[in-house]
Design a protein around this ligand. Structure first.
Ligand SMILES: [Zn+2]
Length: 604
């Protein structure tokens, strides 16, 4: 299937060459279904060509060039879209997120995403949901921010007041902790005497030692059985709902970073939508491997996943990768650091998720099968031991076009960046998170100390080393938004609208600056050092398009606007290069084309 597609592509290029010659000779040319003209088209081709017009026939791009040249592709049935000087980009690619899982949460559970981050608002939203769904046996949801609460975290008593007799389980916005009520603790059998599980923490009341209502990392698993499971139809409905939203913010390709091998409803929902032609996104993904499977079951899980992937052969849904966590997150003190957490006096360095030998064996097996490794990497020590396993796998299997990936890349030593480059890896980064905010001041700064906290989230230096660098939202952690994405990549701060969304009324009390010369003062919301990691507009456009396609082995079909490629394109009403930064933060597509079809029309 893959080979056949490549042959078609070559054939298209030849056809395009012939057409161009025929055009010169004045022969009857091919007519387009859609023509986009009078635009500033960032083709993101290898030369960085800026064109004026694009013609599309069927799924594919048949012309890219000047406005005069596109005229001959137009006949009476061609839809001609005059962009009036606006910008056209390849469709945006988000290389790490949790789409189906998050969409189900938005549709069927308590969603604290996008609501003002304060305890009173959370309680109100949770209470409203519970009152509106009196027949539900279990209440679950997601999206609360840890930074709203003290160091012990949210308490069970807050939820007991809303629901004393039914379990209530809420996952944090970063997905690394769960807030539960007393009933959930009771059903899960978690008491004062329950020890912390390996790789996790049951938060306790400092006075009584009783579980206080927050379960971190692997302790979240203790209540996992209480979490509702969705039907395939529910997942399908959720995915269809989500893709409409995502098309409207310019996405045409996304990567599901955690496909559960043991949940057929989940992956079959994608597959059935792909086969029936209902997807308006290209979806790629990774099978989720974790130590909780038990070492005896790794091999069986890998083999099963590889077999399943063979059945996913449409251009719309494929799973060609495996996902591993190398560590967790710094804000929970579970990111794996080379030097201890500075806020602790016990030498704690965080969680190393995998045993070296087990990881090396698994990587070697998966790499040999031709699959990509997609690794959650936050701490510098997480990069180090994972790179060692990757180097051993590469040595065992010989060189191949593997494009293994680190996602997030919060802390990375120069030496390990060099090792990534040597292995020809991808870095998938999160410009959305590049900001000096209360996570920085309340969590990262005390935990990492002054030097390390100002080395977080490399971007430009990765590109300069030749590492293919794509972007991600980690949705539901962050809701995709091209204005926010471009703005934050270019300034390493978040736009004012994001602060207003997060803080509501309190936003006016936040001291915010975008000036890199502003003296760094505690509590100020401002640009995140190092400032030379800021990207240009053209760099963030390329990272959000072609680099994302390359990261997913899709550069033959999408990621740039070139003859023979699939017509995945978006348009904005303005010439982005003429906008000031505040206006960049407000950009939103007026048009999204996927596979040659208009899937979002913001003008209608
Ligand atoms: Zn993720």
């Amino acid at each position: 299937m893959k080979r056949k597609k490549r042959l078609t592509f070559v054939a298209m290029l030849l056809a395009a060459a012939v057409i161009a010659m025929a055009g010169c000779g004045g022969g009857a040319g091919e007519k387009a279904d859609i023509v986009i003209t009078n635009a500033v088209v960032h083709t993101v081709d290898p030369e960085g060509t800026i064109a004026e017009a694009v013609a599309v026939k069927g799924e594919e791009i048949i012309y890219v060039g000047d406005a005069a040249g596109v005229e001959k592709y137009i006949n009476s049935s061609t839809k001609v879209l005059d962009m009036e000087g606006g910008t056209v980009l390849p469709g945006l690619i988000d290389c790490h997120m949790h789409p189906a899982m998050s969409a189900a949460t938005y549709l069927y559970e308590i969603s604290l995403h996008g609501v003002t981050a304060d305890i009173d608002t959370y309680i109100e939203v949770i209470r409203d949901f519970v009152e509106a769904h009196p027949d539900q046996e279990v209440y679950s949801g997601a999206g609360f921010m840890r930074s709203v609460f003290d160091s012990v975290g949210p308490r069970k008593e807050m939820l007991d007041e809303i629901s004393a007799d039914k379990p209530l389980i809420l996952t944090s916005v970063d997905g690394h902790s769960r807030w539960v009520n007393s009933k959930a603790l009771e059903i899960a059998g978690i008491t004062k005497d329950t020890p912390n599980p390996e790789g996790g923490v049951i938060q306790r009341d400092p006075a009584t030692g009783e579980p206080s209502g927050l379960l971190q990392e692997s302790a979240m698993e203790l209540v996992a059985d209480l979490h509702p499971e969705y039907t395939k139809e529910e997942y399908k409905e959720a995915i269809l709902w989500l893709q409409e939203w995502f098309n409207s913010v310019g996405l045409t390709t996304i990567f599901d970073a955690m496909i559960p091998i043991d949940k057929p409803n989940y992956y079959n929902a994608y597959q059935e939508l792909a086969e029936s032609g209902q997807l308006t996104l290209r979806i790629r993904g990774a099978w989720y491997m974790n130590p909780e499977m038990g070492a005896d079951n790794y091999e069986e899980n890998v083999n099963k996943a590889i077999e399943l992937s063979k059945g996913f052969q449409t251009p719309y849904f494929q799973v060609n990768a495996f996902k591993f966590f190398a560590d967790q997150v710094i804000e929970e003190e579970t990111g794996y650091l080379a030097e201890p957490y500075q806020n602790r006096d016990d030498g704690w360095r965080g969680i190393k998720v995998w045993d070296d030998q087990e990881l090396t064996d698994l990587f070697a097996k998966i790499d040999k099968a031709g699959f990509q490794l997609h690794i959650h990497q936050i701490g510098d020590a997480a990069a180090d031991y994972t790179l060692t396993a990757l180097e051993k796998a590469a040595a065992a299997n010989g060189e191949r076009d593997s494009r293994h990936t680190f996602a997030h890349v919060q802390l990375l030593s120069d030496r390990d960046a060099e090792r990534m480059a040597a292995l020809k890896m991808n870095a998938i980064i999160a410009p959305y998170w590049m900001n000096m905010d209360d996570y920085y001041w309340d969590l990262y700064y005390p935990m990492l100390g002054k030097d390390r906290v100002n080395q977080m989230y490399p971007a430009k230096s990765l590109m300069e080393r030749g590492i293919n660098t794509g972007v991600h939202s980690d949705f539901f952690v962050t809701e995709p938004d091209p204005g926010w994405l471009f703005y934050s990549a270019m300034t390493r701060t978040v736009p004012q609208k994001v602060i207003e969304m997060g803080y509501g009324e309190l936003a006016k009390d936040i001291v915010r600056t975008t000036d890199i010369n502003f003296p760094i003062t505690e509590g100020v919301n401002g640009p995140l050092p190092p400032f030379d990691e800021r990207l240009s507009l053209d760099e963030i456009i390329k990272a959000s398009t072609w680099n994302g396609a390359y990261a997913n082995f899709m550069e033959q079909e999408t990621g740039s606007i070139e003859v023979g490629k699939k017509a995945d394109m978006i348009a904005f009403s303005d010439n982005l290069h003429q906008l000031d930064m505040e206006s960049i933060s407000e950009i939103t597509p007026i048009l999204s084309v996927f596979d040659g079809k208009i899937v979002f029309d913001g003008k209608e």
